[in-house]
Design a protein around this ligand. Structure first.
Ligand SMILES: Cc1cc2nc3c(=O)[nH]c(=O)nc-3n(C[C@H](O)[C@H](O)[C@H](O)COP(=O)(O)OP(=O)(O)OC[C@H]3O[C@@H](n4cnc5c(N)ncnc54)[C@H](O)[C@@H]3O)c2cc1C
Length: 575
């Protein structure tokens, strides 16, 4: 079954509970209005459904053959990419000064969902180019911006993001690629990178590599890393000293070429410094945080696609006296779990997008700083919660199909295979959880998360005050979940050793996602009751989530607070 972009649902999630509507009303986006945003989403939905989605299967089957240093993308991909870039989609949130459209990052996140639901292997390339644009715009010299930004923004050239080396994965500080000063003020890079997404391909005439490397006098660890822009083709038209050595065979996203890159076979690849020497991690963090939100959105995307497919199958497949399988309580439970987890993750990701916009466009420095902290808090949750549920939902999608789910023909299996990587790249979900508990929860002395919890409580109060019978126990269950999150947060903030904190990091992130996601779904139901928009379905979905998923909070709280000792003192098992 093919994908139809759920434009109305996406628009609803964007306008309610993400904060976009309030930001529009405050003039954060200048003259922009909801009609313009609706029109953009409508067009994106058409392109994703009609042009990209039909390429997903062929991409999976064809892969990216590699011969003589060259990668061939699947049939139809180059044409689709060229049309996509020509329509301006790559520069949607990029600065107008360099040919972009300057639209909200939150709207771009909604579009990224559609590109990736249509095909994750297609969508991941532009995700990295967009992140590269943001880093170059924030830290690049005027000369570099003039030379490279416009062509990256229009999508005429694509970008890559290059951290990983065999010994340096999660531990980026262990990287060894070397950069040396050249007489003309540029640098020469030697070394190799592994697992580089779209490191080589035939979609664009040039590929701009954003590479982390170490100068000879660099201090050890992440403090000694610098970021370099290394074009495949140099400004004078000659080929730079960088090449793809091989392409990986993978479990999923077969049409996204994952390359081993080699720098400096012939003496050194020409690179240009972005930002300051030894300060590359700061630049890379801009790039990574944008990409982390986008990868979270990939989780939403694959969950949406798997859910659509499972819903359609369940309505048609006949088994037993019940008629179609959609009538069986266990199948209903699976479908509701899929639909509600997808909606919860979408709401969190879009809210993160608006926080990002506020951090860039807020009215004064204090507003931007507060928004930056909100965005920093939500980004690991958006990335890890959404990609974890992407896998769970895609797995349920296989289950709904029964035996046919295991057979490649239906496509359900591809979603499951594709979904798996999003929890690994852009910082594994374990790293996201560690980041959340060690750096993000303590932000502003714990005030950033306290403010957030207060906002969740306001939604719960409104649910309880609504007296809508069909909400059932929604308010009470969400209240329990937020209570658990609050107690777990206080416990985390009071811990003296990071080991106990880290032992509960993953359950804490899940608790955060469940509590926040449940409240945001309830907020959407309230909005639908107020303004119309399928209120019965939204209330039922919020209720299902609160009464069946948010209730896991109590167990997760126990995991976090009481489970650390059994994690840390189990050497006998792990020997
Ligand atoms: C298809 C694909 C595309 C990719 N694209 C890119 C790309 O474009 N650019 C790029 O630079 N990289 C890319 N990567 C690399 C990817 O980001 C890394 O694989 C990932 O960051 C994990 O690093 P690793 O594989 O070395 O695993 P490891 O770091 O060895 O991790 C193994 C396990 O240990 C855990 N772990 C490690 N350290 C810690 C810690 N401190 N605390 C808690 N747990 C820890 C991890 O969570 C994980 O479960 C890609 C990888 C794949 C497979």
């Amino acid at each position: 079954m093919t994908y139809r972009a759920p434009v109305a649902d996406i628009a609803f999630a964007l306008k309610h509970t993400s904060g976009l509507r309030e930001a529009l009303a405050e003039g954060l986006y200048g003259e922009m209005d909801e009609d313009t945003i609706d029109a953009v989403l409508e067009e994106a939905g058409k392109f994703a459904s009609d042009v990209i989605a039909p390429l997903n299967r062929i991409g999976d089957q064809f892969g990216t053959p590699f011969k003589d240093g060259k990668v061939t993308t699947p049939p139809g991909w180059k044409e689709a990419y060229t049309a996509w870039a020509a329509a301006g989609w790559n520069g949607l949130a990029a600065p107008a000064e360099f040919g972009g459209q300057g639209l909200p990052h939150a709207v771009n996140a909604a579009c990224i969902e559609m590109w990736n639901a249509a095909s994750m292997a297609f969508g991941i390339g532009p995700v990295l180019t967009m992140a590269a644009i943001d880093a170059l715009d924030a830290y690049g010299s005027d000369t570099l911006k003039q030379q490279y930004l416009q062509k990256l923004v229009t999508g005429e050239w694509m970008g890559t993001m290059e951290l990983t080396e065999p010994q340096a994965g999660s531990d980026v500080g262990a990287l060894r690629t070397r950069a040396e000063h050249a007489a003309d003020g540029s640098y020469r890079l030697t070394g190799s990178k592994i697992f580089i997404t779209y490191g080589e391909h035939d979609l664009t005439s040039n590929i701009i590599h954003f590479v982390l490397a170490r100068l000879p006098d660099a201090p050890d660890g992440t403090k000694g890393i610098s970021l370099f822009l290394v074009p495949k083709v140099l400004p004078d038209g000659t080929r730079n000293d960088v090449r793809a050595h091989s392409v990986e065979h993978k479990m999923g996203i077969h049409a996204s070429p994952t390359c081993t890159m080699v720098y400096g076979d012939k003496g050194g690849a020409v690179g240009f410094l972005i930002g300051e020497e030894h300060k590359g991690m700061a630049c890379m963090f801009t790039m990574m945080n944008r990409a982390r939100l986008a990868v979270g959105v990939q989780g939403v995307a694959i969950a949406e696609r798997a859910t659509q497919q499972a819903m359609a199958y369940a309505r048609e497949r006949k088994q037993g006296a019940g008629g179609t399988i959609v009538h069986y309580p266990d199948v209903k439970r699976m479908l509701l779990t899929m639909r509600s987890l997808t909606g919860a993750a979408r709401a969190i990701c879009y809210a993160t997008g608006v926080a990002l916009d506020r951090s860039l466009r807020g009215k004064d420095a204090a507003a931007r700083q507060a928004a930056h902290q909100r965005c920093s808090l939500l980004t690991p949750v958006a990335k890890a919660f959404a990609t974890d549920i992407g896998i769970e939902v895609a797995s349920l999608g296989v289950q709904v199909h029964g035996g046919m789910g295991f057979i490649e023909e239906t496509g359900a299996a591809q979603h499951y295979r594709d979904a798996r990587i999003a929890a690994i790249y852009e910082g594994t979900n374990g790293i996201q959880a560690s980041d959340l508990v060690t750096r993000k929860v303590p932000l502003a002395g714990g005030n950033t998360i306290r403010l957030y919890l207060n906002e969740l409580r306001e939604i719960i109060t409104a649910v309880q005050a609504s007296n809508v019978e069909t909400f059932g126990q929604t308010g009470a269950r969400l209240n329990d979940a937020v209570d658990s999150l609050e107690r777990a947060t206080q416990w985390l903030l009071a811990q003296k050793t990071s080991e106990t904190t880290l032992a509960g990091a993953t359950p804490y992130l899940r608790l955060f996602g469940n509590a926040a996601g449940g409240c945001l779904l309830a907020g959407q139901a309230l909005a639908a009751l107020r303004e119309g928009g399928d209120a019965a379905a939204r209330v039922a979905l919020a209720r299902f989530f609160a009464e069946n998923i948010a209730v896991q909070a109590a167990g997760l709280e126990r995991n976090i607070i009481d489970g650390a000792a059994s994690v840390l003192n189990a050497e006998a098992v792990l020997q």
